[in-house]
Design a protein around this ligand. Sequence first.
Ligand code: UD1
Ligand code: PEP
Length: 440
Amino acid sequence: MASVLTIRGGKALRGTVSVRGAKNLVPKAMVAALLGDTPSTLRNVPEIKDVDVVTSLLRIHGVDVTKDPETGDLYMDPTKAKSATSAEINTHAGDSRIPILFCGPLIHAIGEAFIPDLGGCKIGDRPIDYHLQVLRQFGAVVDKTPDGILITAPNGLKGAKLELPYPSVGATEQVLLTATRAEGITELKGAAVEPEILDLIAVLQKMGAIITVQTDRVIRIEGVPALRGYNHRALPDRNESASWASAALVTRGDIYVEGADQQDLTAFLNTFRKVGGEFEVDDDGIRFYHPGGELNPLVLETDVHPGFMTDWQQPLVVALTQADGVSIVHETVYENRFGFTEALRRMGATIQVHRECLGSIPCRFGQRNFLHSAVISGPSKLSGADIDVPDLRGGFSHLIAALAAEGTSRVTGIEIINRGYERFEEKLRGLGADFDVEAL
Ligand SMILES: CC(=O)N[C@H]1[C@@H](OP(=O)(O)OP(=O)(O)OC[C@H]2O[C@@H](n3ccc(=O)[nH]c3=O)[C@H](O)[C@@H]2O)O[C@H](CO)[C@@H](O)[C@@H]1O
Ligand SMILES: C=C(OP(=O)(O)O)C(=O)O
């Protein structure tokens, strides 16, 4: 049900939040369960929309998915996997980006895969050309039908020598999920190596796969004829952790993020320190806090791992509106991820967006018509405004801007935030945020 948040800003967020399994791993590990010939158990599963969507898609395909009512652990039994109609699958059209990753596992399990229209954040065109290209190289046949994409492999899936034009996270996962049970050896050059991909590799290895991550973005997979189920605890959501860290900076607060893992946040923690935030790491999480005084402006470029993750950019930009001086952010992963700055400008921030590459990372968007660099001048006093949430991270950014602003903000479209932040309203209350929720 749609609702509106009325936020009374100006209060520092203080306290503890817990983060659980990563949104960018958990649904993919669920898809991997289809590759096994025995059941799998996935632990540390968050209550987010993509988990619901994938649960439903697995059930539509005959996988028995049960959730432990106390722990939330998922038990997935794929032994009765079956075909589903396009009408059943299309009930999830536009819901998530994960359905494209069902291709390999469904072909291995039932001989064909039907893919509905994809959803996910609207932060650029987000084509699936790399996915379809690698599937064809494995021997799959791709038919675009009026209802969606039908993928089959009349002659089976065979290992291949592949190279991605850009280290796409999703296309790398597509290769992993397809190659592990394809016949022969697959070598992927130009692979993405995000921590969530390495955790997916850990899941597949538990299932019996043989995967080597070589240097220079090369992954080698030796196909095996069968895989078994796995038992795995998902790695924590580093993007949620980084968001709460930015929330602490923006509201001049102090947030302990239980579950945050330093190893996967190295690039973020360096930037957080340079901007003037303080953090303390212990065995169970990381405390992020604003030490008082002014924040420092900086020059930042988003990049694939091990660079500064694009999903950290939007909340950090809000912190940069509070830094003393001019900051520059060059977004090199998505061509259109600064739309959210319009609402920040209405709240009083000084941010200009430019078509030029304001950075040194060679970027696919230079000399084209994409507003993918931002210049932020601070510190700006933020005031409450009416905001309609545009996408997941943009929405979180608007929430933290509203929480720091003077006066009242009215925020609609907050359902999108549930895609990546489980029980965020409860967490915000626990941190002392002052807001009301009303059904629309
Ligand atoms: C569910 C999930 O895990 N989402 C994450 C995943 O998205 P996702 O896997 O969709 O992102 P990709 O890494 O594939 O996209 C990176 C870039 O490659 C382009 N591209 C991608 C595929 C393709 O076939 N053709 C193509 O041109 C995209 O438009 C984008 O510009 O990685 C992104 C980059 O770290 C994160 O922001 C998302 O949070
Ligand atoms: C872009 C994101 O997610 P998705 O790929 O699911 O749209 C995100 O998590 O910021």
